[in-house]
Design a binder for this molecule. Structure first.
Ligand SMILES: Cc1cc2nc3c(=O)[nH]c(=O)nc-3n(C[C@H](O)[C@H](O)[C@H](O)COP(=O)(O)OP(=O)(O)OC[C@H]3O[C@@H](n4cnc5c(N)ncnc54)[C@H](O)[C@@H]3O)c2cc1C
Length: 346
């Protein structure tokens, strides 16, 4: 293998480059990036929206493009196979697609939060005393509501389902988030589609979908992600591996695990690298979501079983499956992570 192409140099793409080098790959790595500027971390865009929101991934030791020797190009328009693989007109021996996701946009004039430019636009529109409408009470919607209320904006949140963070918790955390919102003066309208109305900023936070429209290869999951095996090898409609085509991060669904989380992008990069370089299989990591809202540090380890309220430990919640929601509970969270990791790799 001489040349590896990585499309999308966000967290997953950069980590793939770093893992490939760490695994001994000395050939050429060509990266295609639709964003100008150096790769940065997305979680601070919402958590530190009104502070130091731009964190280069290199500063956190996650990979430096120059040190990794990545030959950087612009947006990739096409992937094709004609003997070998081509990204646009550049021949490569393997293609890693790591193009992430794009926020759903359906409300005219609404802002979204995914890219650094989005954060800049929100910082301009949301000021102390401004009226902010947040549509969607998922992770990003609630982080924006929390950040906006912390600087003295007047915030309303609309959520079409009956619950906070419904896709993750299925209604088991409503009392906790209700109390935080009440304390912060955030008005929440659960079970109500957004009615519109005058606001200085409308923020649509109703999810993000895999950004893979440019790719004609492989099959797609229900949410439109590239279907891949545990090693990130893209599969065709018959479930067979497409040699030389890989997916990592939010644009992929490896072994049935939907992307969308930071730690999974890191894990995917390890598995894809193991497949390309023929290394031992890495350990399986439990799914993990972290968040900062209303002054609380929140970490969810594992998947929450639907219909099971779990057992409360203060604000934190533990489920029989080993899943654990740690709220301001770093030690218990770390123990839960270790236990679940051990169980998954037994
Ligand atoms: C505001 C925000 C807060 C978040 N907070 C958390 C959190 O607290 N905890 C958590 O677990 N996760 C969080 N996430 C999710 C986490 O950041 C993602 O899971 C992670 O960034 C996924 O990395 P990725 O490399 O797959 O995608 P991305 O980081 O989106 O990178 C993909 C890159 O590919 C580029 N690209 C797309 N198409 C092309 C093309 N055709 N050619 C070239 N380049 C292309 C994109 O422009 C982008 O730069 C958050 C996400 C956002 C937006």
């Amino acid at each position: 293998m001489q040349t590896i192409g990585i499309i999308g140099i966000g967290l997953a793409g950069l980590r793939c480059a770093a893992e490939l080098r760490a695994g001994g790959f000395t050939g050429q790595i060509i990266g295609w990036s639709a964003e100008s500027g150096i790769p940065y971390d997305r979680p601070p865009l919402s958590k530190e929206l009104f502070g130091d929101y731009l964190h280069p991934l290199a500063d956190d030791g996650l990979g430096d493009l120059d040190e990794l020797g990545v030959d950087l190009r612009g947006t990739a328009g096409q992937v094709r196979r004609d003997g070998s693989w081509f990204v646009d007109d550049v021949p490569v021996d393997a293609v890693i697609v790591a193009t992430g996701a794009r926020p759903v946009r359906s409300i005219p004039g609404a802002l979204t939060l995914y890219f650094a430019d989005d954060a800049e636009a929100l910082r301009t529109s949301i000021t102390p005393g401004s009226t902010v409408h947040v549509v969607g009470a998922g992770w990003i919607g609630m982080e924006v509501a929390s950040a906006a209320s912390s600087i003295g904006a007047s915030v309303d949140v609309w959520e079409a389902s009956e619950h906070f963070l419904n896709r993750t918790f299925h209604g088991t955390v409503d009392d906790i988030w209700n109390q935080w919102c009440e304390e912060a003066g955030v008005r929440v309208h659960l079970g109500e589609p957004y009615p519109g109305g005058p606001a200085d900023a409308v923020v649509q936070a109703t999810g993000a979908l895999p950004d893979v429209d440019f790719l004609e290869w492989g099959t797609r999951s229900r949410r439109g992600a590239i279907v891949a095996d545990q090693f990130g090898r893209a599969l065709n409609v018959s479930g067979e591996v497409i040699e030389g085509l890989y997916a990592a991060g939010d644009c992929g669904e490896l072994d049935g695990r939907p992307g969308g989380h930071w730690t999974q992008a890191l894990s995917d990069a390890k598995w894809v690298t193991a497949a390309i370089l023929g290394l031992d299989a890495p350990r399986v990591e439990p799914s993990e979501v972290f968040s900062t809202q209303f002054g609380h540090e929140i970490t969810l380890i594992g998947e929450v079983p639907a219909g099971d309220p779990g057992v409360r430990e203060g604000l934190s919640i533990r489920w029989d499956t080993g899943a654990f929601l740690g709220i301001d509970a770093p030690r218990e969270t770390s123990r839960a992570r270790k236990a679940l990791r051990k169980a998954l790799n037994a």
